[in-house]
Design a protein around this ligand. Structure first.
Ligand SMILES: [Zn+2]
Length: 85
């Protein structure tokens, strides 16, 4: 898996904050951002895709497409909001 858009920890804005959960029910920003960060895929994965013929028309078959490169999408705190492939 190739991940584009990784940042060194010292450059990530939200890593300067500390957890403020303090027993509260809802998780704080830092905890949410940590979960998002840890959810970045480390291994190649497959997605289901409609197979297209050479003219770009659906063949009616569903195929597994291997994803081996993703680009991280970040929010204003440099938090991981998702990834594109
Ligand atoms: Zn927290």
């Amino acid at each position: 898996m190739k991940v584009i858009g990784l940042m060194p920890n010292e450059k990530i804005h939200w890593k300067k904050f500390s957890c403020t959960c303090d027993g509260k029910m809802e998780k704080c920003k830092v905890c949410k951002y940590t979960i998002a960060q840890n959810s970045i895929p480390k291994k190649d994965f497959f997605v289901k895709q409609i197979e297209l013929d050479k003219k770009g028309k659906p063949t009616g078959k569903i195929i597994d497409k291997k994803i081996s490169e993703i680009t991280i999408v970040r929010g204003s705190d440099d938090d991981v909001q998702g990834w594109k492939f």
